[in-house]
Design a binder for this molecule. Structure first.
Ligand code: UD1
Ligand code: MG
Length: 466
């Protein structure tokens, strides 16, 4: 679309009481500013201007390289003299050939693309369009002042500048507007700061439009949630719950059974097949895919992971960059690290860690074990307490375990190492050379029995005098 977008993101966010710039605080794992950029991305703006100020370097780094080359630019606002002043800084970076400009707030993260489309349609390239919402308590907001006779918008009056009568108005400006680029550019450069806060108010362009006979129209937000701003940790947590509730409802509408929609956190995308069940306290990060009939137990964390049909992840498991095959069983208390690939029907039990390893169909590592940089064949049984010693202090090495091998408990497999198919490794062995297929390899001291040995006797204490 022939559109400029301006995102105001220079404010300090004093009430966050944080060293981090406000717009870089995270909602569902994504920065506030990124939520706004994502909402605007669907509008196809040819030019997006982010106004930075507080923490400018970090804010600019967070958006660097987004969109087609040159489509996103940052301009600095130093010092911050108000929203009108912020847009003034953006004017030289606007593309005058793009007839419409949309102004967004970097700290209003849940704005919906459909709402922005409706606002742009209302502006229609010729009018000043304001996104408004009617609130039960309008304290702090700019009020939409309408002409009593015609109902047309006359001005926006900031709360601090409003009369008692104006403070009674509950229709407020959300901080988001769309306007013809040429008019907005001219208006903001003409703003003055003769008001209660000695700031350049963007909202004063409304009175300018009225004075010039440019129509001012409004579009109503789809609800309160999408126009709520973040100014404090409390508000951030409130928005997080609202967003998570929306995501939980969308999952349930798609048939996912959540034990409790108030106790799930999706910080990325979660794609589910039919008949998925998710118990309480689970966190999904990045891109997670769950196949048909997958069950996720309580308090699991899954990040960038795919779980195939019928697999079960038992409680308190942590999976990152993993692939779990159909019908596999994982946990409780399992840890799958990046590159863990479990084939069909694999079992990985409690206190088992798997990293950069493939386990073929039916392989089992049921208790207290570590598999790193390993290739594990079909039906291998990997005993409790066994580990791959994959790191020699400088380099990582691979362990290959052939199909049907049986690794006893408490073995140290010193990589690089190959254990042949069907081999048995006796419990307690430290194996540093390849073990042949089909044979028993054992490396441990023989048990000895010491004849005549007596267990020490407990020394009897003398009774206390007196
Ligand atoms: C603004 C509106 C008010 C509206 C409210 C909705 C003005 C004058 N008032 O008030 O009518 O009801 O939003 O939330 O616009 N920012 C800058 N540089 C600055 C000042 C602000 O980039 O110099 C950014 C802030 O980081 C923030 C946004 O602009 O993202 C809004 O600024 P804020 O100070 O919150 O404006 P309000 O007083 O809430
Ligand atoms: Mg505000």
């Amino acid at each position: 679309m022939a559109l400029n977008v301006v995102i105001m993101a220079a404010g300090k966010g004093t009430r966050m009481k944080s060293a981090r710039p406000k717009v870089l605080h995270r909602l569902a794992g994504t920065s506030l500013l990124q939520h706004v950029l994502d909402a605007a991305a669907g509008l196809g703006a040819a030019r997006t201007v982010v106004v930075t100020g507080h923490g400018a370097e970090a804010v600019e780094a967070s958006v660097a390289g987004q969109g087609p080359a040159g489509s996103l630019v940052c301009v600095r606002q130093m010092p911050q003299l108000g929203t009108g002043h912020a847009v003034q800084q953006a004017v030289p970076a606007l593309d005058p050939a793009l007839p419409a400009t949309l102004v967004l707030n970097g700290d209003v993260p849940l704005i919906r693309p459909d709402t922005l489309r409706a606002l742009l349609a209302a502006s229609a390239g010729t009018k000043l369009a304001l996104l408004t919402v009617t609130l039960a308590d309008a304290t702090g907001y700019g009020r939409i002042v309408r002409d009593a006779a015609t109902g047309l918008v006359r001005a926006i009056v900031e709360h601090k500048d409003a009369s008692a009568a104006e403070r009674g108005i509950r229709e407020v400006y959300t901080g988001i507007m769309a306007a013809p680029t040429a008019l907005l550019s001219r208006w903001v450069l003409a703003l003055a700061n003769d008001n209660a806060q000695r700031e350049y108010y963007l909202t004063d362009v409304v009175a300018m439009a009225v004075a010039e006979g440019v129509p001012v129209v409004t579009a109503a937000a789809g609800g309160e949630t999408e126009v709520l701003g973040v100014n404090s940790p409390l508000q951030l947590a409130d928005l997080e719950r609202r967003l998570q509730r929306q995501r939980a409802e969308a999952l349930m509408e798609a048939g996912v059974r959540l034990a409790d929609p108030a106790r799930i956190d999706v910080r990325g995308t979660l794609a589910c097949g039919p008949d998925v069940e998710i118990d309480v306290g689970c966190v999904f990060e990045g891109e997670v895919t769950l196949g048909e009939g997958v069950r996720i137990g309580a308090n699991c964390v899954l990040r960038d992971t795919r779980v195939d049909d019928g697999a079960v992840i038992h409680p308190f498991s942590h999976l990152e960059g993993a692939r779990v095959g159909p019908g596999a069983l994982v946990g409780p208390f399992a840890r799958l690290r990046p590159g863990a690939e479990l084939g069909p029907e694999v079992h990985v039990g409690n206190f088992v860690e798997v990293k950069n390893s493939t386990l073929a169909r039916g392989a089992k590592a049921n208790h207290l074990a570590y598999l790193g940089d390993a290739t594990v064949g079909e039906r291998v049984n990997y005993g409790a307490g066994s580990i791959t010693a994959n790191y020699d202090g400088a380099n990582k090495h691979r362990t290959v375990i052939g199909a049907d091998a049986h690794v006893g408990s408490n073995c140290v497999l010193v990589a690089p190492l190959t254990i042949g198919a069907g081999a048995t490794i006796g419990g307690g062995s430290t194996v540093a050379k390849d073990a042949p297929a089909g044979q028993l390899t054992v490396a441990r001291a023989k048990a000895v029995t010491v004849p005549g040995w007596k267990r020490p006797q407990k020394v009897q204490k003398a009774p206390k005098a007196g």
